[in-house]
Write a protein of this length. Structure first.
Length: 310
C-alpha cells in the first residue's frame, strides 16, 4: 500500500513537473519577441570617408538611417550624413584660377541616400545575391557654373565646380559570400547620371571587394576593402594655365583601399577603427581631388567611429 502510494505520488509529481516544464517552455516561446523588419542606426565618426575621399575635409560627421527588410527579400532604406565637400569645392582657396573663382553662397551640408533592392540566397545559405538602385541626394543652394565649360575641359580638376548637380543615381549588383568565419561581398555600382557633380561623367562605375574575418575573440572582426572608381573621359593632357602649375595628364579614376577592425560591444553598440587610402594623383602642384586648402582629399587617413543599431 505504501509502495503504491509512493508510486502514485511520484507519478503525480512527474506529471506536475512535466506540466510546469512544458508551460515554462511555452511561456518562453510565447515571450520570444519577433524580429522587427524595421531597424535604425546612428553613427558618430571622426571623418566621413567615401570611396577613399574625405567628404568632410577630415572633420567629424554625424550619420544615421532607417531600413525596412521584408521576408520576401525586398528592402528599402535611407541613410544620411553631414558633409562639406560641395561647399568646400566651390569656396576652396585653391580655386583661384579661371574666368571666375568662387561661389561663397554655395551650401550643401548633408548627404541623403535613398535605396531599394532585392536580396535573396539563390546560390545557397550564406550566399545572398543583391540587386538595387541608390540615389545620392544633396540638398544644395547657390550652386552655379563657377568655371566655364572651356575652362573645365582645359583644367580637369575643376570638373566638380562646373555647376553640374552633384546628386547621383547608381544601379548596383552584389554577391555576398560566407566561408566559415569569413564573410564579405563583391559589388559593382554603375552611375546612370553624372557622378557627384563631375562634368561629363555618366557611365562611371565602381567595382569593390569587401571581406570580414570574425576572430572569435572579444567580439572583434577584421575588415578589408579594395575598390576602383572609374570615371569616363578622365584622361586629359593640359599645359599649365594662369601660372597654376597644373600642366600634365589628368586622370580622375583611382583605386582605394581600407584595413581595420570592428568591435561588437553588445546591445547593438559597435565601434570601428580603420586606415584608408587612395591612388588619387597629383598633377604639378594640384591634386585631382583637393581639400579647400589644396591638400589631397584622398590621402591616407585613420578613422574611428561608434555606431548604435536599434
Amino acid at each position: 500500500m505504501k509502495t503504491l502510494h509512493k508510486r502514485a505520488i511520484s507519478a503525480v509529481a512527474v506529471a506536475l513537473l512535466a506540466g510546469v516544464a512544458s508551460t515554462a517552455v511555452f511561456a518562453e516561446e510565447a515571450a520570444a519577441p519577433e524580429v522587427s523588419p524595421v531597424s535604425a542606426n546612428v553613427t558618430v565618426a571622426s571623418s566621413y570617408i567615401y570611396r577613399g575621399i574625405t567628404q568632410t575635409n577630415n572633420k567629424p560627421a554625424i550619420q544615421g538611417g532607417f531600413d525596412y527588410a521584408h521576408e520576401s527579400g525586398f528592402y528599402i532604406g535611407n541613410w544620411n550624413s553631414s558633409i562639406s565637400w560641395i561647399s568646400d569645392a566651390y569656396n576652396s582657396t585653391s580655386n583661384t584660377n579661371g574666368p571666375t573663382k568662387s561661389a561663397p553662397s554655395t551650401s550643401a551640408p548633408v548627404e541623403m541616400d535613398f535605396y531599394a533592392g532585392y536580396k535573396k540566397e539563390f546560390i545557397g545559405e550564406g550566399f545572398a545575391s543583391d540587386f538595387g538602385v541608390l540615389q545620392y541626394y544633396y540638398p544644395t543652394t547657390g550652386l552655379g557654373g563657377v568655371q566655364t565649360k572651356a575652362w573645365v575641359t582645359a583644367n580637369p580638376s575643376m570638373r566638380q565646380t562646373s555647376g553640374v548637380n552633384p546628386s547621383t543615381t547608381e544601379l548596383y549588383a552584389a554577391q555576398n559570400f560566407t566561408f566559415g568565419p569569413t564573410t564579405g561581398f563583391f559589388k559593382f555600382s554603375y552611375a546612370v547620371s553624372n557622378l557627384f557633380g563631375i562634368q561629363n561623367s555618366q557611365g562611371s562605375f565602381y567595382p569593390d571587394l569587401t571581406a570580414n574575418y570574425d576572430t572569435g575573440a572579444y567580439g572583434i572582426t577584421l575588415n578589408a576593402h579594395v575598390g576602383y572608381q572609374y570615371v569616363p573621359n578622365n584622361v586629359v593632357t593640359t599645359t599649365a594655365l594662369a601660372g597654376a602649375g597644373n600642366g600634365g595628364t589628368w586622370n580622375l579614376s583611382y583605386a582605394d583601399w581600407k584595413l581595420g577592425l570592428t568591435k561588437d560591444f553588445g546591445g547593438g553598440l559597435s565601434g570601428t577603427a580603420y586606415y584608408t587610402g587612395t591612388s588619387a594623383q597629383k598633377v604639378g602642384s594640384t591634386y585631382v581631388y583637393a581639400t579647400p586648402n589644396g591638400g589631397n582629399a584622398g590621402r591616407g587617413n585613420a578613422v574611428v567611429a561608434l555606431t548604435k543599431t536599434f
